[in-house]
Write a protein that binds this ligand. Structure first.
Ligand SMILES: Nc1ncnc2c1ncn2[C@@H]1O[C@H](COP(=O)(O)OP(=O)(O)OP(=O)(O)O)[C@@H](O)[C@H]1O
Ligand SMILES: Nc1ncnc2c1ncn2[C@@H]1O[C@H](COP(=O)(O)OP(=O)(O)OP(=O)(O)O)[C@@H](O)[C@H]1O
Ligand SMILES: [Mg+2]
Ligand SMILES: [Mg+2]
Lengths: 227, 227
């Protein structure tokens, strides 16, 4: 399903170069739950952006469902992402002027889903993440963990094949985080979705089939949890 | 030092009212380390903003060092906060156009610290949080946990008496978070500073003298850890 080989990523900053990823291979099968872990600054979010086709690697090859991502034009990448990938950003990236419900509806507008169906599905997803009584709140009228859960609901709006969640429980206590993790696990076990989670929360890593550990832009360890 | 009694906080949203804090008492002695814990949406950040005089309660009394916060004018609150309180926001609140070093220098400019001393102190604080080689990076050129650590360094810029840190390790793995927590503990033990941390990270709660647990805007439990 996902095949990334020899991936490097350099950021240029004036005269210096920050080598965020220094050559790594990642192959993910359909329906797997992967946890990507590692110290702050080790390259996890950079890798997630490349896997989600939101950024291009400096070197290496990237295939999603057999398609060479580096051969696709921008509008083709946008179409591919819109249909197949749900992204929960580490910074949430919610639209500040829209309510929680409208934020979750936004990706569905791009896919041409009708208004009534959009509203119904958005409310259903917000109830699932425990925010049924906060649907009309704007992001600055929500707590940190509530914003994070709106971002999770939005990532699921178009029922994507691949869910990429960057620190989905970072702002959540155990009681609020457990339903989110259970939902992610179900998407894999029941619906065959592929889930990749960046985390340093052991409870989130516990739902993974495989843990990939990064350090300084390398994969230093892979741990298979379920045979 | 800090005396908050009968604190309520209501948010008005159109016709509905969200009662974020429903009457709570919090008394904090000088030099204490307090951990505030509780589910997402239970009122922790709301309480932190009131304790840090960044927001006013709907009801109740608020005294900081014997001063009635509700009798102070805006410019007096700004002066009090600038001198005595260091705040690490859950959303970091860094200035996007300034480098990490300039972000840490900013509070010192308001206190009239000279340029050379500001730069020296900012670099020293950034080295302490493990970002000595990222001082020139702007926030969008840093990882999530690195931004969080810049926010921590900035909170300590004016050597405040009171440090309020809202989820200081939310984006940090254990290896990156341990030095931050050790630094906060030292500020209390060595320098007699008062430290209040909102967290759901057990490692952060472990440095506290007392844990205050919130649920639905109430304090439901207090646990004294060190006699
Ligand atoms: N400006 C606002 N307008 C309306 N409701 C608000 C506003 N800010 C916060 N709230 C609501 O008040 C409640 C408490 O929010 P608060 O940010 O204090 O929670 P929290 O304990 O910090 O949560 P988290 O752990 O998710 O950060 C939440 O349910 C939130 O939806
Ligand atoms: N736009 C950029 N320009 C320069 N350096 C960058 C940029 N974005 C990230 N970096 C650097 O690349 C490294 C990897 O960043 P990345 O965000 O992938 O880390 P991370 O593993 O997600 O960390 P965290 O756990 O703190 O979120 C970091 O050291 C960061 O400073
Ligand atoms: Mg990251
Ligand atoms: Mg909060």
């Amino acid at each position: 399903l996902l095949e990334f080989r020899g991936i490097t990523k350099d950021y240029r900053l004036g005269k210096t170069v920050v080598r965020a990823l220094r050559g790594l291979d990642l192959v993910v099968e359909e329906g797997e739950v992967i946890a990507i872990m590692g110290p702050s600054g080790s390259g996890k979010s950079t890798l997630m952006h490349i896997v989600g086709a939101l950024d291009t690697p400096t070197g290496g090859t990237a295939f999603l469902d057999g398609q060479d991502l580096q051969q696709l034009k921008e509008h083709q990448l946008v179409a591919l992402r819109g249909k197949k990938v749900g992204f929960v950003f580490q910074t949430f990236n919610l639209v500040q002027t829209l309510s929680a419900q409208r934020n979750v509806e936004l990706p569905m507008i791009f896919q041409g889903i009708r208004k009534g169906e959009r509203a119904r599905r958005a409310r259903e997803l917000l109830i699932k993440v425990g925010l049924g009584d906060r649907v009309k709140h704007k992001p600055n009228e929500l707590s940190g963990g509530e914003r994070q859960r709106v971002a999770m609901a939005r990532a699921l709006a178009n029922d994507p094949e691949i869910i990429l969640a960057d620190e989905p429980t970072g702002n959540l206590d155990t009681e609020s985080g457990t339903p989110v993790l259970a939902m992610l696990k179900k998407l894999s076990v029941n619906d065959g979705k592929t889930v990749i989670i960046v985390t340093h929360d052991p409870d989130a890593a516990a739902i993974a089939d495989r843990i990939v550990r990064l350090r300084d832009g390398h994969i230093v360890e892979e741990e298979v949890r379920n045979a």
